[in-house]
Design a protein. Sequence first.
Length: 513
Amino acid sequence: MIDAGSRFITPGFIDDHTHFNQAGALLIGANLLDVHTPAPFAARVKAAASRIAAGQWLTGGDWGAYEDAPQGSTGAQPVPRNQRFRPDRALIDSVTGTTPVLLNRWDRSAYLANGAALAAATLDCTRPIPGLECEGGRATGRVADSALTRVRAAIAPKTFEQRLREARVAQQHLAELGVTTIHDISPPFQLPVYTALRQRNELTVRVFARPTLDKWNELRYAGIAPGFGDDWVRIRALKGFVDGIQGNSTARFYEPQLHSGKVGEWRDSTNTAATDGPGSGMEPTGNMQRLLFGLDSAGWWANVHAIGDFAIDTLLTMMEQVMHVNGPKERRWRVIHSQVIRAPEVAQRYKRLGLIAEVQPYHAIDDMRWMGVRIGARSRFAYNFRTFHDAGVPLLFGSDWPGTNASWYTANPMTILYAAVTRLTLDGQPPGGWFPEQRLDLETSLRSYTVNNAWAEGEEASKGTLTAGKLADLVIIDRDLFAIPSVQLKEAKVLLTMVGGRVVYAAAPFTAQ
């Protein structure tokens, strides 16, 4: 027994959408999404180089994501292309030492290698090669084309121990935030990591793992049926992709986006470079329908990414066809992100089909910086949480942590609740909230983070509420969330996180009895 001292207690938060392996890599590595000036760039890289294991490469970074995106809520303009931040290896050589580094700009338009990486790839200006930039006989570290290919070929593959280390850091971060279950987009190489942590009694977050749609038949042949696993690691749903993302303007719309003149893209299943399921998209024609029919016949639940209004309508039509042909059965199917609908009537269609809206409220307060510039008046139908709720559509909350190559997303439920309830940026903009009619009340938001997510994964009998007989997954918070102004939600702190009766994080001493 723990005396909470009359503090606020809630069921453990269940995050509806994480990329756990990417988050762990980012926590140890370099997160440069919001960096586009020399001093913080060097400081972040230095810190990352001090964290990674000997012999490991430091890669990624995605610098400059907030440099040239239109700041729709503030009126700031993007940085002109010829004025973009162009780092030189001189910025990082002295702070990375023998650690090889290959960093990239968020849109993959520029890459930077340090001296150790160039040496590993046997690149120098005495032997010119396409894509190796030299100034005064010295390599600047900016690489492209053949030079980039050579550096990539020299990167040491990540070891299993490195993946375990990243996972430990990631789950500790979640414990500090009160997250006790994640609905994770788990690539095949990540499942053995969860298994290893479980065998070592080190796993402190429950995992609802979601392989991609194209794996349904492989799972069947392997004897893995829907619901395989236990209270710690479970597989019951599979993830697919209809369109791209709004961060790089590839979400699919009926009308062209204002800044690009393009309607967006369908997810191409022939792109074998995709790490999150190359075979689980729309192309070639008919691929998504084939996958939905197949997985439904095997009893799997479909969780499919759709962001643009045309993408969402197209997905709903395909799902409705499967339901009509295959007949009634329990389907807790989700439209992942459900970001921009064509009109409020689309929410009614969700309700009629029994579909779930899997949303991430922080997206709204981050993406508002570019939505008006990109889709104009259609923004009023973006992140329509209240519209879905009023239509009776189950809402699921989560983070999409750690984000995309265009945005960083927090896993902090307090920040995400703040976003849903206020529709304000972290600095309180715009006054009154962005399309404030779409704000949600706190109780609905908390249920979307606990009860609803437990139901959506088929675990409502074991978690989601503080009920005798359920798993002891709970969180103690430093203030009563219902007694403070909504703008203060983002200031609330988790004091204790318990998973299965085990305290996995405690920021303050509590009396155990």
